[in-house]
Design a protein around this ligand. Structure first.
Ligand code: CA
Length: 497
């Protein structure tokens, strides 16, 4: 079986010009060549901010760029027809598509309502500030531009656990309804209870909400033919909802729908707790590994590379881990900014792409680069993310050569390496990888005697010597200062160009 590789086809600052669906469709052939097996597309539904927001400020789940709402028919990424064509283009190349599913909250309500609320402390959501009282909140969504097409459900305060104050915008109100006075149960106690993230927070204890979201999921998958899901912000959603929702969709469509969820926490034990609550119905992004990469990139040669996988999901649950280096939330200027420093990115990508464990996810800005600016504390800040060095070569090595038994040499604090022996399904597959955060080094590693007497070269071009594998399947491989070298059989070098 071929290696699976995900590609996140957007970044936070992708231009708001409605071009992304078309751009992605045009890239389908190239993505296939790179070995991408599934593309993660951004939220496709109408945002409260029309075209000027990446799609996480969801207004109308049923408006995929079809209705004149929030000042625009297309979303930030294009029209519904362009979205469907993009999915078709990817499918026609045998590439799966994962849709970004944002079900924690809604923003941009059409009407205010007066409801009974209680204000809570931002840092401890169980801590009430004052007494119950009546307040105006933005909780009524009637979608006047859609006029009941696909669904006549009107979201009102019964559909939400909480909302932001209209007069005091930073106040978080818990809404008192027939579904309870308190938040829904989460797996962790961050902020006391982190059910509320932003906007109007969806109330999953309301059976009408669950019915509506089941119908929406069925409608969405039937219409778009997508075959994968990326669940947004699951930290803020009661896990029992996704147990029910994923079972419904998988039973309804009688197929195993790929699913990966974003639970943003650096403690692997919390991620394991979530997996257990979901009964392994979804994979998770390996957030702890991202933070290890981030730390390693900051500490330089003071970081012990032998510990790079310590306390990560891919170490304890490789079968449930989707590994990544950066994403739209960690890129420069974003809310969770923790961008892995440039010198370390090629090393980090080698660690996710060329090993056996986990399904790696490549970030758009890492591959294509990204130039953008934003206003931060009233100052315009310009960012130029250059493409990660050697990324396309490593992707093609993953696709064609990174197979078979893995032998690890995590035996020096500054220089680690591993080999892949290759297998019979992929002719002449196999590779050797060496990484250092210190000065140039070398390491004797076994790659297997199927490669005896063969010549290996470093496809990054960093090392120019040729390495001959001895009759026992061993060789000494080399790496330059603070870099990665990727060794493949010389005769296979043509596949990567
Ligand atoms: Ca929530």
């Amino acid at each position: 079986m071929n290696n699976q590789t995900l590609f996140q086809f957007f970044h936070w600052y992708y231009p708001s010009d409605g071009s992304l669906w078309n751009h992605c469709a045009e890239q389908a052939e190239h993505l296939k060549w790179l070995g991408i097996t599934r593309v993660w597309l951004p939220p496709a539904y109408k945002s409260a901010n029309g075209q000027y927001e990446p799609g996480y400020a969801v207004y109308d789940l049923f408006d995929l760029g079809e209705f004149d709402q929030k000042g625009t028919i297309p979303t930030k990424y294009g029209t519904k027809d362009e979205y469907l064509k993009c999915i078709d283009a990817l499918h026609s190349k045998g590439i799966g598509v994962a849709a970004d599913i944002v079900l924690n909250h809604k923003l941009g309500a059409d009407e205010k309502e007066t409801v009974t609320v209680i204000a809570v402390d931002d840092e401890d959501r169980h801590h009430h500030r004052g007494e119950k009282h009546e307040a105006e909140v933005y909780t009524k969504f009637t979608f006047p531009g859609r006029k009941g097409k696909y669904s006549e459900y009107v979201w009102d305060w019964h559909s939400f656990t909480g909302a932001g104050g209209t007069h005091q915008p930073h106040t978080i109100y818990s809404i008192i309804s027939e579904y309870g006075e308190d938040w829904e149960e989460m797996v962790d106690d961050e902020k006391g209870n982190f059910d509320y993230l932003m906007g109007s927070d969806i109330e999953f204890r309301n059976p009408h909400v669950r019915d509506e979201l089941r119908w929406w999921g069925q409608w969405y998958l039937e219409l778009t033919k997508i075959d994968g899901l990326r669940l947004d912000a699951v930290k803020h959603i009661t896990p029992s909802f996704f147990v029910e929702w994923l079972d419904f969709l998988r039973n309804h469509f009688q197929k195993d729908i790929f699913c990966v969820a974003e639970y943003w926490h650096r403690d692997v034990n919390i991620l394991l707790k979530y997996l257990s609550a979901l009964g392994d119905r979804t994979q998770l992004f390996d957030v702890p590994l991202h933070f290890n990469f981030y730390l390693a990139s900051l500490r330089g040669n003071e970081y012990d590379l032998r510990t790079i996988f310590d306390n990560t999901l891919v170490q304890v649950r490789p079968d449930m881990s989707v590994t990544f280096v950066d994403n739209h939330d960690t890129q420069p200027l974003q809310s969770l900014e923790s961008t892995v420093d440039y010198w370390f990115k090629p090393l980090a990508y080698a660690l996710i792409l060329l090993r056996e464990q986990g399904i790696p996810c490549v970030f758009y800005a890492g591959y294509y680069g990204a130039k953008y600016n934003d206003i931060i504390q009233e100052q315009e800040v310009n960012v130029d993310m250059v493409p990660v060095q050697h990324l396309s070569k490593m992707l093609v090595v993953r696709k064609n050569l990174a197979y078979g038994m893995q032998r690890d040499y995590f035996d020096h604090p500054n220089t680690i390496g591993w080999t892949r022996e290759g297998n019979d399904d992929m002719p002449e597959s196999g590779c050797a990888v060496l990484i250092t955060n210190g000065t140039a080094g070398e390491k004797s590693m076994e790659i297997g005697n199927r490669h005896a007497n063969k010549t290996f070269i470093d496809i990054t071009g960093g090392r120019e010597e040729k390495v001959i594998i001895d009759e026992n399947g061993f060789a000494t491989f080399f790496v330059n200062d603070a870099s990665v070298s990727v060794w493949i059989e010389e005769s296979k070098a043509t596949v990567i160009n």
